[in-house]
Design a binder for this molecule. Sequence first.
Ligand code: FES
Length: 109
Amino acid sequence: MDSNIIDITIVDRNGDEQTYQAPTDMGLNLMDFCRAVELPVKGECGGMALCATCQVYVLSDHPLAEASDDELAMLDQAFFVKTNSRLGCQIHLIPELQGLKVAIAPENE
Ligand code: FES
C-alpha cells in the first residue's frame, strides 16, 4: 500500500458519503482536497482561517492538531457550529489521518 495516500470519507451536504484517496505528500489541507475533488466547499479566504466556508464536522475520533486561536475565533463567529466543528483548511492531510471521516457543514449564507 502506498503510504503517501490515505483514505478519507467525506459526507456531502446531501448526506451522501464517499471515500477518497488523498495524498499526504503534497502539503494539502482538507479544504484544498475538497475543492480538488469538486465538492462544494468554497474556501473563500484561501485557507487563512478567515471565512469558515470550509467548516466540517469531524465524525471519526482522530487526534487532530489543536485549533489555533484564529480558528477558534472564526468558529466563534460561524453558523451551524457544533462541538466537532473544525475549519477544513486547518486540517493538514498527514498519514495519521488515515480513515478520517468528516461531514461538510451547511453553507453560512
Ligand atoms: S478556507 Fe477560509 S477559513 Fe478555511
